[in-house]
Design a binder for this molecule. Structure first.
Ligand SMILES: [Mn+2]
Length: 323
């Protein structure tokens, strides 16, 4: 945590009248949770400020809030705060750069520097926890409602795999404890996350019967559009199952691939062994050491990714043996 920089960010927020909060493409619980949480904090503290969330939405993340309507005009004279996004190309609304000033707040391994202030803290397992670092530092001045607390909790839970992933530490729980003090009803969030349609349940059965493994131990599954249609599930629902492949002792790396809009194939890469972010960098992607995404383009490139991932696991297992 860099208190000097957080203070600078706080001062910018405090003195600006128009703030547009930005998130990344294909939004997840963390980028939307931190965006709606931050909006709640600013609006509750300073009701007269204009605060907008520029975001895409989806069935899953609509739980956190509804994006605002943004025009070109909205960015005039505004402060842009870009959350949870390592590179400028991934910001959902590219007009963020038209603002007077850009602040980036992120917890991914640095890809681009695109803010006038670039605040990156990779020790935080969710961007929501950085918003809480800021909130706690200036708690005497800042306010938050239980809706803001709920959005920040949602982002934290989804980005940490419910406090399981690496990076979760004492600070995580100290920050989250505060949310309860501000009226969080955690059971609302758990009830939402624990709901699954029968269609997705049946798809999960199919998925667990039909995944594959490479020679050295990369578990993987290719989500074909035809299968989504057959089971009546969305792409977002299907790809949420990625960690179902993470249970095997002999497969420290697992990958879920799917065809997104405009037939672009993307991969979710996860690990409990070797770092996979450099592997993802080689395929137009990146993220965290143990969780990254990659843009493959076509299914042919998927085969290349599997070959490289398999080689990485082979090397990892050989090193393990020597230790
Ligand atoms: Mn995140």
């Amino acid at each position: 945590m860099n208190k000097e920089m957080l203070k600078e960010i706080f001062n910018e927020i405090k003195t600006r009248n128009k703030i547009v909060i930005h998130t990344h493409e294909r939004p997840d619980g963390d980028c939307t949770g931190s965006a709606y949480g931050l909006k709640d904090i600013i609006k509750t503290t300073w009701p007269d400020k204009e605060v907008y969330v520029a975001a895409e939405t989806s069935d899953f993340v609509s739980f956190n809030g509804t994006p605002d309507v943004i025009t070109d005009e909205t960015h005039n004279g505004a402060l842009s705060i870009v959350l949870d996004t390592a590179n400028r190309d991934r910001v959902a609304d590219k007009r963020f750069a038209d603002a007077d000033m850009v602040i980036k707040i992120d917890h991914h391994i640095k890809v681009d520097e695109f803010g006038d202030i670039d605040y990156v803290d990779t020790s935080r397992p969710a961007a929501t926890l950085i918003i809480l670092d800021l909130f706690l530092m200036f708690e005497d001045e800042l306010k938050m409602t239980k809706d803001g607390a709920r959005a920040l909790f949602f982002g934290t839970l989804t980005d940490t795999g419910r406090f399981k992933y690496s990076g979760v530490d004492g600070d995580t729980f100290r920050n989250v404890a505060k949310l309860y003090d501000y009226g969080l009803v955690a059971s609302e969030v758990y009830a939402y996350l624990d709901t699954r349609t029968e269609e997705l349940t049946r798809f999960k059965g199919y998925f667990l019967q039909n995944y594959s493994k490479t020679e050295n131990g990369v578990a993987y599954f290719k989500v074909e559009n035809e299968v989504l249609e057959r089971f009546g599930v969305t792409l977002e629902e299907a790809t949420s199952l990625v960690n179902e492949l993470g249970y095997f002792n002999d497969c420290p790396v697992w990958i879920l691939m799917a065809e997104y809009e405009e037939s672009i194939v993307r991969a979710r890469i996860r690990s409990k062994g070797p770092a996979i972010n450099l592997l993802a960098n080689g395929f137009n992607g990146g993220g965290h050491a143990m969780a990254s995404g990659a843009n493959l383009g076509t299914w042919d490139v998927a085969e290349k990714l599997l070959i490289e991932a398999d080689a990485l696991v082979k090397e990892y297992k050989e090193n393990q043996k020597q230790d």
